[in-house]
Design a protein around this ligand. Structure first.
Ligand code: GCO
Ligand code: MG
Length: 403
């Protein structure tokens, strides 16, 4: 028994906003959890401070499953990104504490390492195909075995995934949403050319990935998947919005390109049909937005029964606390596929010193007890919250579309 003495939320903006939960036991052991929900950060901060923390004080920090059930079932209102990110933060912090008390890195508590390290993919992007290929060659040079390719689309002033700073892409770029423009026709012409050029330049061995970012209809996705087949992509991500899980059947009927989806999923219920009917190959749900390590393990076990592998979301809006938690999970889970890795800026890494490290295209969570991440609260306090939104997207005729 180790009672929770206190818990508090730390909001900081070292280049971008992060919401972190810090739990302390009466023995003085602390644990960290990430609760960052891009563009809606303060909603989760309030959910934790005003509604969750009062219920945590005095509970046994070691009863992780019971506390998860208490917060999930006990709230009556289930699921949703705000609730599930808040539960995730508590869950991560409690696993961190358990690891520290045991004196073991978290992956050891999850069954130990199933592999030597975790293959990650980096983001190559550019205004033109040539720029993107040049960026991809740099990643290859740095040892990456898997690279995501996103390129600007001629005629569109901005494109998802393409930023000015090639190493640190940050889509939440304004204190009110910026407006982007979208054309499916223009986009569908560029991507196969990009992949043809990339295979030519990078050779057959590098894994190539692409994120459609929910912008096609199922039949369009079927066509793009088919067009990409000759270049053997690792996956096509978020080809369509997954609100209607049936949509993926139509894509499957038209292409053998592997499909990944789920970075915005919050629970196993968002993916039940997709997994059970084997409509996807990779599930992108991640620790912070899908109820923590406790729930993500459940999703992965279910997925394993249907040959679906994991491919956790790892964009910069997921803090180093989530990255660490994801790496412990990835190292241990039998049906691991790949881990996204968008590097955080030095400013962010200074606020969140961490034990994980990159080598030969892979990350390893390190051997520090628990998650192996800390928060430098003095530094964090120097970077106050600054409102920032993701862009919105419109079609050329002005209609609202998916970003
Ligand atoms: C990815 C994602 C991100 C999201 C971002 C939104 O595959 O990395 O699509 O780039 O857009 O995480 O907050
Ligand atoms: Mg994505």
């Amino acid at each position: 028994m180790s009672k929770i003495r206190s818990a508090r939320v730390i909001v900081t903006c070292p280049g971008r906003n992060f919401v972190t939960l810090k739990i302390e036991t009466e023995d003085g052991v602390t644990g960290l959890g990430d609760a960052t929900l891009n563009g809606r950060e303060l909603a989760v901060a309030s959910y934790l401070t005003d509604h969750v923390i009062p219920c945590l004080i005095g509970r046994d920090a070691h009863r992780i499953e019971d506390i998860w059930q208490y917060l999930y079932r006990g709230a009556y209102w289930r699921r949703g990104p705000v609730t599930m990110s808040a539960i995730a933060a508590v869950d991560m912090a409690l696993w961190d504490i358990k690891g520290k008390v045991a004196g073991l890195p978290l992956y050891q508590l999850l069954g130990g390492a199933s592999r030597d390290a975790v293959m990650v993919y980096g983001h190559a992007n550019g205004e033109s195909i040539d720029d993107t290929i040049a960026a991809a060659l740099e990643y290859k040079q740095q040892g990456y075995k898997a690279i995501r390719l996103q390129s600007g689309v001629p005629g569109l002033s901005s494109t998802y995934g393409v930023s000015k700073d090639k190493l640190f892409y940050e889509p939440a770029d304004s204190d009110l949403p910026t407006e982007n423009l979208w054309s499916t026709e223009r986009y569908m012409r560029v991507v196969p050319d990009l992949f043809a050029a990339a295979r030519e330049a990078l050779g057959p061995d590098v894994h190539l990935l692409h994120d459609v970012h929910h912008r096609l209809t199922p039949i369009e996705a079927g066509r793009l998947g088919k067009d990409l087949e000759p270049y053997r992509p690792f996956w096509m991500e978020d080809a369509v919005v997954a609100d209607n899980q049936d949509s993926f059947r139509l894509i499957r009927q038209h292409t053998t390109t592997r499909l990944a989806v789920g970075e915005i999923f919050n629970s196993v219920w968002d993916a039940k049909q997709l997994i059970q009917e084997q409509l996807i190959d990779y599930i992108r749900a991640t620790v912070v937005h899908a109820g923590g390590i406790t729930h993500l393990r459940r999703i992965a076990s279910f997925a394993d029964m249907y040959n679906v592998r994991t491919g956790c979301h790892g964009a910069t809006d997921l803090s180093p606390v989530t990255m660490a938690a994801a790496l412990h999970f990835d190292l241990s889970v039998p049906n691991f596929g790949i881990q996204e890795y968008m590097r955080h800026t030095d400013e962010t890494d200074a606020v969140f010193p961490h034990a994980y490290s990159f080598k030969d295209g892979s990350l390893h969570p390190g051997e520090a007890p628990g998650l192996g991440v800390d928060i430098d609260e003095e530094r964090a306090a120097r970077h106050p919250y600054s409102r920032a939104y993701l862009p919105v997207n419109r079609l050329e005729d002005g209609s609202m579309f998916n970003w």
